[in-house]
Ligand binder design. Structure first.
Ligand code: C2E
Ligand code: CA
Ligand code: CA
Length: 590
């Protein structure tokens, strides 16, 4: 069918100029790379407009022929995934004879999906009444695919195809906005696989990845259509349950029902994927209505701390965030705040404890951090280092410590009696992981003009469990620069001989737990002897920490140890005290 015959009812055909014009229009339309469809306005008893004309492009694009199309409604193009909202907007425009432009997902005769940009406008007849619709349709499938890919990249977790953290937080925000109006409840379920690390360790990362995918499917199967499951990273998933209604009891029981379904025995799907994973989860739950005062992050943290509680209670269980946790969390926030204040207001202070030879001659010091609080007094690092590490505040705090240490070394360098001192500084793994750590430290050494060989970094032994290529590389760079490296708390972690062989340590520091019962416990005594033999074989220096008695000192010296630190010699002290002592020993004090 061509345009002319399609439009016969509309135009008088005895006019030759008109026929010529229509013929030209026919050719243009048939050569158009856009699909063009003309439909007659719907008769009262029809469910939609009826197609009277489709151009060549329309037919080749959709696979439909004139016989398939003429007299049918354009609805034959729609399918299961065509957006109902878009269709409703189009229908409203048609009803009021308004032009409209929309993007819709359509279906070819073969069932294949494709995207079109529709540009629909009404045409009037000679009497000026609207009788037909013209629809110009551009294929935008390629663009839509790229848009989808960009969306996936930005908002989906590539491993599981679940919404990523960004999309999750967006959904959470939308939910809260909505629930503030309705005052309905929603819930977060923070889900962590129990002992997932074993799978990676024993079966490899590929197996771990497959398991994470299977778990995503399993968890998804426990949810309803409007809920959001997201992977936050690693083996941690989070679920947002929406539309739990306005009754707290009901909301709780729905939420716990979902969690129980997740916890119920692992299915075949999972067993196929792993021989190691025991198939249990720990789930932390927080339920909140629209009128709460928490930030999105705080809500997620609540479910996270409930999850930790579930783990602490023996795993394979759910735990609801409650008043006690609320209390603990607010204390933790106050402590974090305190650490920030301490940094801003210069409340941190370095204490120095001497490292000596057998006779008490000072070879150097270890710098130990204190927090001098204006009202709470002196706070020891045991009370805040772990928190600083878990919040990354250790990075600026550690930077401060290293800057102070360099300044102290620079001052010592100006005096002959102190110029040979070593200064040991404790460095957390978290600091070492930080991208700028090595550059920052080198810059500080250059700025203060300190000889890097005077600085010893004490790195704790827990390093060995996580020593990645990146860390090994950093430690080598520090070493090349001349900085000394000491392996702290030796004997308490998982250090292996290969590890000692691969990393350029200068010194081992025997942990004080072995020194404290050296005299009474034969195992500790043997470990200390073995450590001293080992370090001699490897050409490493050894320092014993926590030496408190003459007996410990004698034992250690006999076993071959030459450097000591502990209350037997002196306590950690502020620099003023240290200087005063030094001057009095040298007979210079008043
Ligand atoms: P550490 O590196 O094992 O430091 C030795 C700890 O033993 C210090 O505790 C020190 O005061 C204490 N000590 C020294 N001699 C004796 C002794 O004879 N007997 C006993 N019982 N204890 C002794 P402190 O100062 O409370 O530091 C605790 C831990 O905090 C340190 O353990 C270290 O891991 C960490 N730390 C201290 N300062 C810093 C720092 O600037 N940065 C980082 N990341 N950690 C630090
Ligand atoms: Ca130390
Ligand atoms: Ca130690």
């Amino acid at each position: 069918m061509n345009l002319q015959s399609a439009l016969i009812p509309l135009v008088p055909t005895d006019d030759t100029r008109l026929v010529l014009a229509l013929d030209l229009a026919d050719r243009i339309i048939d050569h158009s790379s856009d699909a063009i469809l003309i439909s007659a306005a719907e008769p009262i008893d029809q469910p939609g407009p009826l197609i009277v004309f489709a151009n060549h492009t329309f037919k080749t694009r959709t696979g439909y022929s004139d016989e398939d199309l003429i007299g049918k409604t354009p609805r034959i193009l729609q399918g299961p995934k065509t957006d109902q909202h878009t269709l409703r907007r189009i229908r409203t425009a048609l009803e009021t004879w308004k032009p409209i432009r929309e993007e819709v997902l359509n279906y070819k005769k073969s069932g294949e999906e494709f995207w079109q940009e529709l540009n629909i406008f009404p045409v009037p007849n000679a009497a000026g009444a609207f009788t037909h619709w013209v629809s110009i349709q551009r294929d935008i499938t390629a663009r839509k695919i790229i848009e989808q890919q960009n969306f996936d990249l930005a908002f989906l977790d590539p491993l599981t195809n679940l919404p990523n953290r960004r999309l999750f937080f967006d959904r959470l925000f939308q939910t809260i906005v909505k629930n503030t109006r309705s005052n309905h409840y929603a819930a977060l379920l923070y889900i962590d696989l129990d002992h997932f690390k074993l799978v990676n360790d024993r079966e490899g990362h590929a197996a771990g990845d497959r398991l994470l995918q299977a778990v995503a499917k399993r968890l998804e199967a426990c949810l309803r259509a409007g809920d959001t499951l997201s992977r936050l990273g690693g083996d941690e998933y989070i679920v947002l349950l929406d539309q739990l209604g306005g009754d707290f009891e009901v909301a709780s029981s729905i939420t716990e029902g979902v969690a129980h379904r997740m916890l119920s025995s692992p299915d075949r799907l999972l067993k196929e994927n792993t021989s190691t994973w025991i198939g249990t989860f720990s789930i932390g739950i927080t339920i909140f209505s629209g009128n709460h005062t928490h930030t999105l992050e705080e809500l997620v943290e609540q479910s996270d701390s409930a999850m930790y509680q579930a783990k602490a209670l023996g795993r394979n269980r759910l735990q609801v965030y409650d008043q006690a946790m609320r209390q603990a969390n607010s204390e933790k926030s106050a402590q974090i705040e305190n650490l920030r204040h301490a940094l801003d207001r210069d409340w941190f202070k370095l204490y120095f404890q001497p490292q000596c030879d057998k006779h008490g001659n000072i070879l150097g010091y270890e710098a130990l951090l204190r927090l001098q609080h204006p009202t709470h007094g002196l706070i020891l690092p045991g009370a805040f280092i772990a928190l600083a590490e878990s919040t990354h505040l250790i990075v600026p705090i550690g930077r401060w410590v290293l800057a102070q240490a360099c300044q102290q070394l620079a001052r010592w360098a100006t005096q002959p009696q102190t110029a040979a001192y070593f200064l040991s500084v404790n460095v957390s793994l978290r600091q070492l992981h930080h991208a700028e750590f090595v550059d920052d430290l080198m810059a500080e050494l250059k700025r203060t003009g300190v000889n890097p060989e005077r600085l010893t970094l004490e790195i704790t032994e827990s390093l060995s469990r996580t020593h990645s290529e990146e860390i090994v590389e950093k430690i080598r760079r520090l070493k090349q620069f001349g900085i000394r490296l000491s392996l702290d708390d030796f004997g308490t972690g998982f250090s292996s001989l290969t590890y000692l062989k691969n990393l350029p340590f200068d010194e081992l520091k025997i942990d004080r737990s072995f020194i404290s019962d050296l005299i009474t416990n034969s195992t500790s005594a043997s470990i200390v002897r073995a450590t001293l033999n080992l370090s001699e074989a490897l050409g490493l220096a050894v320092i014993a920490e926590g030496v408190e008695t003459q007996a410990q000192l004698d034992f250690l010296f006999d076993a071959g140890c030459r450097i000591f630190q502990g209350y037997f010699f002196d306590q950690p002290m502020p620099i003023e005290v240290l200087e005063a002592k030094r001057l009095s020993v040298n007979g210079l004090a008043p």
